[in-house]
Design a protein around this ligand. Structure first.
Ligand code: ZN
Length: 93
């Protein structure tokens, strides 16, 4: 786990508690610089998520792993938009 990368994000002070599975509360972290969203479980496991109006979707493991070690890019990345769009396309089918 790369703590520097995690701390390089500018976490929004508004932290949401979410539940994807019953009895498994997760803490949502949203970076106001790059717009990436992550969730953290009570046991400290973290992964990247895509947040839509209706749901949280877990990002593919390779994306999640990459985001967790990357320093905050400081602004929304084109790649991120692509990933989100792909998930949405997939969802629509
Ligand atoms: Zn960030």
């Amino acid at each position: 786990m790369n703590r520097d990368a995690w701390n390089s994000h500018q976490w929004s002070s508004q932290k949401r508690q979410v539940e994807i599975e019953p009895d498994k509360p997760l803490r949502q972290h949203h970076c106001s610089n790059c717009g990436r969203d992550f969730v953290e479980s009570l046991s400290g496991e973290r992964w990247a998520v895509f947040v839509s109006v209706f749901s949280f979707r877990r990002l593919p493991d390779n994306v999640s792993a990459r985001w967790l070690v990357e320093m905050c890019p400081g602004a929304p990345m084109a790649f991120d938009v692509e990933v989100r769009n792909k998930l949405m396309d997939h969802h629509a089918k």
